[in-house]
Design a protein around this ligand. Structure first.
Ligand code: GLV
Length: 316
């Protein structure tokens, strides 16, 4: 079986070595192809992160495509257009859940302990202790509760902050703590009104693009904080900036942006109440990802359907 890897961000041999090792352990015979260096080679399976359209179009015998990340917005429409019927499979956690939980936990504590206020005090050499809100009032609302959202929500709940969540359907699912108030997107405003720190971990789909505009974000209580580590285009950045400038939102921690890299002249870079990170909240780890992909290929070879198959109608 031939397995192509398209990941310009990672030395090919790292993927090849890890994939070959896991294939051996599973008793699979695999030839790993560097799709960037050898675009004409045909493969049965492909592991991709933002592949070139022409290359993907030229792959005529694909049995499945694995996305080297949790979010599939960049690849799902392209694959459906070029090779309808070829399943798209995303990574499920693969070491990203813990990273995301770390990132969000830091953001929640930064907000809770008023670090943006203290940064401002420090800039003015002002020694000014500020009151601390009761922890029980510092609700953390998770918008999106997939693999990343759930890992982060569990961590924040374990830190004794009240957690609530809003998902597309609002339906309970395995792994979601029944104690967390759960809202569907049709009750977004109600959810936002109860949220002191909004953690956005939604997939980018037709339903979520631009979902958090001025009107939606204004439903948050005054002085609320925002953390976005899902996809930038879910938020209207100009509206967000306006709400930060007016002081209605207290701070934002942003890992993702409508355009990446964030353009140098974007005012978000310089806003004193905004922290910017370069899309690193949860990075793909070669070892756990290679192990998971090989396990999923083994399942396909057995005739099973692996976990993480993207529902093309829903777009995630
Ligand atoms: C990164 O953003 C991912 O989707 O894994």
């Amino acid at each position: 079986m031939k397995l192509a890897v398209w990941d310009p961000g990672e030395p090919f041999r790292r993927w090849r070595d890890a994939l070959v090792q896991h294939a051996l352990e599973l008793g699979l015979a695999v030839e790993v192809v560097d799709a960037v260096a050898d675009p004409d080679a045909q493969s049965d399976f492909a592991l991709v992160w933002k592949p070139q359209r022409d290359w993907l179009q030229g792959q005529l015998g694909l049995r499945a495509v694995f996305n080297l990340g949790a979010g599939v917005d960049a690849i799902a429409p392209l694959l459906q257009q070029l090779h309808p019927g070829v399943p798209l499979i995303r990574l499920e956690d693969a070491g990203m859940g813990r990273q995301m939980a770390d990132y969000v936990a830091e953001g929640v504590l930064h907000a809770y302990r008023r670090m943006a206020d203290y940064a401002e005090s420090q800039a003015q050499q002002r020694w000014e202790p500020l009151p601390l809100a009761p922890r029980s009032s510092f609700t953390v609302g998770f918008l999106g509760l997939g693999q990343m959202g759930l890992a982060a929500a569990r961590r924040v709940a374990a830190m004794d902050f009240p957690v609530l969540a809003c998902t597309r359907t609002g339906q309970a699912r395995h792994g979601i703590d029944p104690a967390w108030p759960l809202f569907g997107l049709d009750r977004l405003d109600e959810f936002l009104a109860q949220t002191r720190v909004l953690v956005v971990l939604l997939p980018l789909t037709d339903d979520t693009r631009g979902l958090l505009d001025y009107a939606a974000l204004s439903q948050l209580p005054a002085g609320a904080h925002l953390i976005n580590a899902g996809r930038g285009a879910v938020i209207d950045q100009a509206d967000l900036l306006e709400l930060l400038q007016s002081g209605r939102l207290a701070s934002a921690l942003l890992d993702v942006f409508a355009a990446e890299p964030l353009p140098p002249d974007d005012p978000l870079w310089r806003h004193p109440r905004v922290r910017v990170t370069p899309h690193v909240a949860a990075q793909t780890l070669v070892g756990p990802s290679a192990a998971q992909v090989m396990r999923k290929i083994a399942a396909i070879e057995r005739g099973d359907i692996p976990g993480g198959v993207v529902d093309m109608r829903l777009g995630y």
